[in-house]
Design a protein around this ligand. Structure first.
Ligand code: MIC
Ligand code: SF4
Length: 754
C-alpha cells in the first residue's frame, strides 16, 4: 500500500469540485498546471482568477521532502516554530553527504561513521516531529520520492531544486529553500507568484539512440538557463504518452536547469504502469477514477497557443541525441556535430570518465539501456576506454538491477558501482588526481555541469548526456564518437558498430528490495530529545537575525561585484563544504569564494575598503561585520542560478551583507534572500551595473516607504568624490516587506507560535 493514501484520497475527493470552481471563475478550459494549482489554494475553492507572472497566491502543498544537506537548516528553523508535529506528511532523505571513492559498501560505511552526528540529529528531529526518515544508502531524494510518494495531481515542495522530478508522475513539485519548507510544516500557507505557462508539444516517438534526456537537453538549448524563469513547463502530445514515466521524470528533473518553477505531464497509462509496478495499485485506481481532472482539458491541447504563454513543438521521431556543456547545461550540441564543436572550441577530446546514474537518470529503464551496451563488449571484442561509474538512485533500483544481473555485467566490464547517493553529482567524489587541476573531459548523465561541480577541478570539462550515450562514449573514449554512424576498432583490428541500446521500461519480474532504508517516526514524539552540542563543528542552533533598524541603509561597502555566471555553487560551494550545512557560522567561510571579482577577474580576492588590502571574501566581510559596517553584493544575470540551498542567502545575512543588487535573479534564490530578511534588488537599468566601482560606498534609500512596485534609490559614492544615483527594482509584496522589517520570515513565525 502507498504511504499516506488517506491524504491522497482526500485530495482526490475534492478535486472535481475544485476544478469546476476554477473553470467557472477562469471562464475557459484549463491546462493541467492550472488545475493542480487551483486545486491547492489555501482558501479552498477559487474565488478569483489569478494573473500569471503577477499575483502572489497562497497554496497548501500536500507534502514536503528534504534532503540531508538542506534538511539540517530547514529543521533547525522548524524547531523554532514551536509545533509538535509537521502539519503535512514530510520526509528526510540522507543522500548528499556520501563521498564516492572506493565502492558503495566502503563509501557508505565511511559516511555513516563520519557524519553520524548529522544523521543522528536528522533522525531524532524526524522522529520527534512525525517526519519519515530515509537512512543513508536508501537512495537519492527524488528517486525515492518518485517511487514512494509522488502522485498524479498532487502538489509538493522540497528543499532541493530537483524536487521538480516528481512532475514525471503528474505532480506540481517545486524546489524551495528550507524556510519555505518550515512554513508548510508549520501549517502556514506557501506563497508563489502565479506562474507563466510554457507548453511543450511532443509528437512522434523516441527511437534508436535517442532518450528522454535528449528532450530536455534540446529544450535547454532552446530556452537557455534563464528561459523557464517564473514559468511551469507542461508537456503534452502523443510523444509524451509514448514515453515511460521515469523518462518523464528525467525531463522534469532537468527543468530546474532552465530555471523553470517546475515541469509536469498529464496522467496517462505510463504513470499508471509505474504506480502499479512500485506497489501503488491503490493510487493508480484512485487516479483512474478522476482521470479527466489529472490532465489538461482537450481544448487546451488542441489549440495550445490560446492557453500557454509560449509553445514549443518537438518531434521525437527526428530528435538527435545531444551532449550539453561544458560548464553550463544549456550549451546543446547534437552528437553529429560534437566532433566539429570540440575541435573548434579546444575541448579535450579524450574522455577520462563516464558516469551514469544520479537523481536525473537512474531508473530501471536507464540502467537497462546502458547495460545493453555493456553486454555487447565481450562479443564485439571491445573494452571500456574510459573509467565508468554508476550511482543507482535508490536501494530499490539497485537491488532490482542486481537481481536482474545488470550489476554483474557492469562489474565484468570493469565499472565501479558507487553508493545510492548523489556522490560525484554534487562534488562528493574523491577523484584521484583532481587536485592537479589538469584539463580533462568527463561525460555524465547528471543534470548540472557548472565549473568544479563534480570533482572540484576548474579544468574538468563536463558534458551531460543520456545514460546510453554516456555509456557509448565511455566505450569509445572520445567526444568525437557518434554511435549512430561511427565504428570502433576491436581487439582483432576489425571495425565494429555498437547495436542500438534497448531495455525494459519496468522490471519484467517487478521491483524488489530487502531493506529500502525507511524509518517511520514515533507516533508521539514529544519525549524525543534532540541534542545539539554547543561545541559541534557541524551543527549550530540558530540565533534570530536582528530586525531592520527602521532607517535607510547608509554607508554600505561594496563587498564584491561578481562578473558573469554566479550560481549557488559559486556563492556557497558544495563538495567538501557540505559537511558544514548545519553550522551557519562555519559554512559562511565559503561565502562567494567561487564568484569572479569583476575588477581583477580573480575568485575569492576582493578589496577590503577598511585597509585597502586584498583578501578572501568571507574574511573581508567578517572585517566589515566586526566594524559594524554593512555591505552589498552586486551581480550579473540569473544570479543564484542552480540550487535551492538557502545557505547562499543565510551566509551573507549572517555575515552582515544587507543587499544583493543584480541584473536578474533565479527564482528560488530571490525568495531565499527575501525570507532571510535581505534586500534582493535588481538594476532598473541594467547598464547601471557598469557604474559600480570597486571602492564604492553605497546608500539604499526609500526603505521607510518600502512598498510593492516602488523602486528604491541607490546612491553610489565613488572614491573620486563623485556620486551616481540609480534606481533599483524589487518584487517584494506586502508580506515580504514584513519579512524584511522583522529581520526574516522566521522571526514572524516564532512570534505567532510563541
Ligand atoms: C544540487 O543539485 O545542487 C543540490 C545539491 O541537490 C542542491 C541542493 C543543495 O545545495 O543542497 C539543489 O539542487 O537544490
Ligand atoms: Fe543529488 Fe545531483 Fe540530484 Fe542534486 S542533482 S539531488 S546533487 S543527484
Amino acid at each position: 500500500m502507498a504511504f499516506d493514501i488517506e491524504m491522497i484520497r482526500k485530495v482526490y475527493a475534492n478535486y472535481g469540485s475544485r476544478i469546476e470552481a476554477a473553470r467557472t471563475i477562469v471562464g475557459r478550459p484549463l491546462t493541467l498546471t492550472e488545475k493542480i494549482l487551483y486545486a491547492h489554494l489555501t482558501e479552498g475553492n477559487a474565488t478569483r482568477a489569478f494573473t500569471r507572472g503577477k499575483d502572489y497566491v497562497d497554496f497548501a502543498p500536500d507534502r514536503v521532502a528534504m534532503q540531508d544537506a538542506t534538511a539540517q537548516m530547514a529543521l533547525l528553523q522548524f524547531m523554532q516554530a514551536g509545533r509538535k508535529q509537521a502539519a503535512v506528511p514530510s520526509t528526510v532523505h540522507c543522500d548528499h553527504l556520501i563521498v564516492a571513492k572506493d565502492n558503495s559498501k566502503v563509501d557508505l560505511d565511511r559516511a555513516v561513521h563520519e557524519s553520524s552526528e548529522v544523521y543522528d540529529f536528522l533522525a531524532s528531529v524526524s522522529n520527534k516531529y512525525g517526519i519519515g526518515f530515509w537512512k543513508p544508502g536508501a537512495g537519492i531524494i527524488h528517486q525515492v520520492v518518485l517511487e514512494n510518494y509522488a502522485f498524479p495531481g498532487g502538489m509538493m515542495i522540497g528543499t532541493d531544486s530537483h524536487t521538480v522530478n516528481a512532475g514525471g508522475l503528474g505532480m506540481i513539485a517545486i524546489g524551495v529553500g528550507g524556510a519555505d519548507a518550515c512554513d508548510v510544516m508549520a501549517g502556514l500557507p506557501w506563497e508563489l507568484k502565479f506562474p507563466k505557462l510554457i507548453g511543450i508539444k511532443l509528437t512522434g516517438k523516441l527511437n534508436g539512440w535517442t532518450a528522454p534526456k535528449d528532450v530536455i537537453l534540446k529544450v535547454a538549448g532552446i530556452l537557455t538557463v534563464k528561459g523557464g524563469t517564473g514559468a511551469v513547463v507542461e508537456y503534452f502530445g502523443e510523444g509524451a504518452i509514448n514515453m515511460s514515466c521515469t523518462g518523464k521524470g528525467t525531463i522534469c528533473n532537468m527543468g530546474a536547469e532552465i530555471g523553470a518553477t517546475t515541469s509536469t505531464f498529464g496522467y496517462d497509462d505510463s504513470m499508471s504502469r509505474y504506480l502499479k509496478s512500485t506497489g501503488r495499485e491503490d493510487i493508480a485506481a484512485a487516479a483512474d477514477e478522476i482521470r479527466q481532472h489529472l490532465t489538461g482539458d482537450p481544448e487546451v491541447y488542441e489549440n495550445p497557443e490560446a492557453y500557454f504563454d509560449q509553445v514549443i513543438e518537438i518531434n521525437l521521431s527526428e530528435l538527435e541525441p545531444h551532449l550539453n556543456g561544458p560548464f553550463t547545461p544549456d550549451l546543446a550540441t547534437p552528437i553529429s556535430k560534437m566532433k566539429e564543436a570540440a575541435i573548434a572550441n579546444g575541448w579535450p577530446m579524450k574522455i577520462e570518465v563516464g558516469l551514469i546514474g544520479s537523481c536525473t537518470n537512474s531508473s530501471y529503464e536507464d540502467i537497462g539501456r546502458a547495460v545493453s551496451l555493456a553486454k555487447q563488449l565481450p562479443g564485439k571484442g571491445l573494452k571500456l576506454k574510459s573509467e565508468f561509474t554508476i550511482t543507482p538512485g535508490s536501494e530499490q533500483v539497485r537491488y532490482t538491477i542486481e537481481r536482474d544481473g545488470f550489476l554483474e555485467t557492469f562489474a565484468e566490464v570493469g565499472a565501479t558501482v558507487f553508493a545510492n547517493a548523489c556522490g560525484p553529482c554534487i562534488g562528493m567524489w574523491d577523484r584521484v588526481g583532481s587536485e592537479k587541476a589538469e584539463k580533462n573531459t568527463i561525460v555524465h548523465s547528471f543534470n548540472r555541469n557548472f565549473a568544479k561541480r563534480a570533482d572540484g577541478n576548474p579544468n574538468t570539462y563536463a558534458f551531460v548526456g543520456s545514460p546510453e550515450l554516456v555509456t557509448a562514449l565511455a566505450i569509445a573514449g572520445s567526444l568525437s564518437f557518434n554511435p549512430i554512424t561511427d565504428t570502433l576498432t576491436n581487439d582483432k583490428g576489425e571495425e565494429v558498430m555498437l547495436d542500438e541500446p534497448s531495455g525494459y521500461e519496468l522490471p519484467p519480474l517487478g521491483f524488489a528490495v530487502e531493506d529500502a532504508g525507511y524509518q517511520a517516526p514515533a507516533e508521539d514524539g514529544s519525549a524525543v530529545q534532540v541534542a545539539v552540542s554547543p561545541t559541534s563543528a557541524r551543527l549550530q542552533l540558530l540565533d534570530p537575525f536582528p530586525a531592520w533598524e527602521g532607517v535607510d541603509l547608509k554607508g554600505l561597502k561594496l563587498l564584491i561585484k561578481a562578473k558573469g555566471k554566479c550560481t549557488t555553487d559559486h556563492i556557497s560551494m558544495a563538495g567538501p563544504w557540505l559537511k558544514f550545512r548545519g553550522h551557519l557560522d562555519n559554512i559562511s567561510n565559503n561565502m562567494l569564494i567561487g564568484a569572479l571579482n569583476y575588477f581583477n577577474e580573480k575568485t575569492d580576492f576582493v578589496k577590503n575598503q577598511l585597509t585597502g588590502e586584498y583578501g578572501h571574501v568571507p574574511a573581508t566581510q567578517r572585517a566589515y561585520k566586526a566594524a559594524g559596517i554593512g555591505s552589498i553584493v552586486v551581480g550579473d544575470e540569473n544570479y543564484g542560478e542552480g540550487s535551492s540551498r538557502e545557505h547562499a542567502a543565510m551566509e551573507p545575512r549572517h555575515l552582515g551583507v544587507r543587499a544583493v543588487l543584480v541584473k536578474s535573479f533565479a527564482r528560488i534564490h530571490e525568495t531565499n534572500l527575501k525570507k532571510q530578511g535581505m534586500l534582493a534588488l535588481t538594476f532598473a537599468d541594467k547598464n547601471d551595473y557598469d557604474k559600480i566601482q570597486e571602492a564604492d560606498v553605497i546608500d539604499i534609500r526609500g526603505l521607510t516607504e518600502f512598498e510593492p512596485n516602488h523602486p528604491l534609490t541607490i546612491s553610489l559614492h565613488h572614491a573620486d568624490g563623485t556620486t551616481d544615483i540609480i534606481l533599483a527594482n524589487h518584487t517584494y509584496n506586502e508580506q515580504q516587506i514584513e519579512w524584511f522589517k522583522a529581520g526574516g520570515a522566521l522571526n514572524i513565525i516564532r512570534k505567532q507560535f510563541a
